[in-house]
Write a protein that binds this ligand. Structure first.
Ligand SMILES: Nc1ncnc2c1ncn2[C@@H]1O[C@H](COP(=O)(O)OP(=O)(O)OP(=O)(O)O)[C@@H](O)[C@H]1O
Ligand code: NI
Length: 363
């Protein structure tokens, strides 16, 4: 059996704050393989971004307390700073929701992409030269090559007229084009793993669909493994092969998208699905998920979802919930599963948002 590209096992990341310790990631385990897109789905505050940052070892001021992050044979939790630097920006690239986290407003976009190409090439050349004991010298043609490669990358990301856009500045790009440029930078190093944290959240639906399509072609054409962080069930359903449903920093349910999102077994996944269906009904008032995520202060020696779940029993609040495997791919952490199949509404109706209780359901 070949090992997975990324294997996160029992990961704990916490923040020590004035209010106490925030257990942002609380024992999460999942994998991402080459050529697959794995979604991390959950409401705001469920620990998605901290999980993503922890994998890149950018968790500060958080601290990884326990767990392993095996990436292509290296445990990133114990790797040296220089190994991490080497892996980040070469083998692992990250894309954030906000392109301004990546793009510098005072340099032309094309130059920034070319720079990413050059850094990557200098890195691989430097490794060879280090090995041979020869110092790196700059050759003139390197820049021209990097520019050519930048044009190519922009073209691959469907940025129209890349040649003429090379010298344009970020503010001259639309939001969608900026995010494409960020993807081009992320791909300049030919990464094995791409971590994308809500990459399309700020974009309109058409642009969003285009970018998600780009991610799928990266998976298919370059065999890249992709971890796609999203709070949007539709995005995950459209794009991912497998999904990890996160709540309170714990994996509630994980498995193939077509199983988990069509026949969810965990009350939390069912609730997400139900809210998503409701929110997309035309004319109906958009309603947020009932209840609010519990305060992640204090580690969960219980199910983090128990207070919002109408199936919860005393046992759910008293002990750590073990993970059960429905089959080799599909697993969940719920003491009450299997739930009745026709029980569409898994969450407590009385836990609705303040004005939600006054809703008239008779229409
Ligand atoms: N620097 C920090 N200091 C203290 N707590 C933090 C810090 N960063 C994140 N947290 C906490 O960790 C928990 C998980 O946050 P995270 O950003 O991972 O959520 P998320 O699932 O990405 O949410 P969103 O969808 O809003 O981006 C939250 O309770 C958050 O308040
Ligand atoms: Ni986030």
């Amino acid at each position: 059996m070949t090992d997975k590209l990324l294997r996160v096992e029992e990961l704990y990341t916490r923040f020590d704050t004035d209010r106490g310790t925030v257990h942002a990631v609380d024992g999460a385990s999942f994998t991402v393989d080459r050529g697959e897109i794995v979604g991390v789905l959950g409401e705001s505050g469920s620990g998605k971004s901290v999980t993503a940052r922890s994998i890149c070892r950018l968790e500060e001021p958080g601290k990884i307390g326990n767990g392993t992050i095996m990436f292509d044979g290296t445990d990133l939790t114990t790797a040296s700073k220089s190994t991490l630097r080497q892996i980040r920006g070469n083998e692992i690239s990250m894309v954030f929701q906000d392109p301004t986290e990546t793009l510098n407003p005072v340099f032309p976009v094309g130059e920034q992409i070319a720079e990413a190409v050059r850094i990557h090439e200098a890195n691989s050349r430097q490794r060879l030269l280090d090995f041979l004991g020869v110092p790196l010298f700059r050759d003139q043609s390197a820049w021209a090559d990097a520019r050519d490669r930048a044009v190519e990358l922009m073209d691959q990301m469907d940025i129209p007229n890349p040649e003429s856009r090379l010298s344009a500045f970020p503010h001259e790009f639309s939001g969608g084009l900026r995010q494409r440029a960020v993807l081009a930078i992320a791909l300049a190093s030919d990464p094995k793993l791409l971590i994308a944290d809500e990459p399309t959240t700020a974009l309109d639906t058409t642009t969003q669909a285009d970018i998600l399509q780009r991610l799928r072609s990266l998976r298919d054409e370059r065999d890249v493994g992709i971890l796609l962080i999203s709070h949007d069930l539709g995005v995950v359903a459209q794009t991912c092969d497998r999904v990890v449903v996160l709540y309170g920093g714990q994996v509630m349910e994980a498995g193939p998208v077509n199983e988990v999102l069509t026949a969810p077994e965990h009350p939390y996944t069912r609730m997400l699905l139900e809210c998503s269906v409701r929110n997309s009904t035309p004319g109906e008032r958009v309603q947020s998920v009932s209840g609010t995520p519990s305060d992640p202060i204090g580690s969960y020696e219980a199910c983090p979802f128990a207070d919002r779940c109408r199936h919860a029993t005393t046992a759910c609040r008293e002990r750590y919930i073990p993970t059960t495997e429905l089959d080799s791919e599909h697993r969940l952490a719920c003491l009450e599963a299997p739930l009745p199949a026709d029980d569409a509404s898994a969450h407590r109706q009385d836990a609705l948002t303040p004005d939600g209780g006054k809703q008239d359901d008779s229409t």
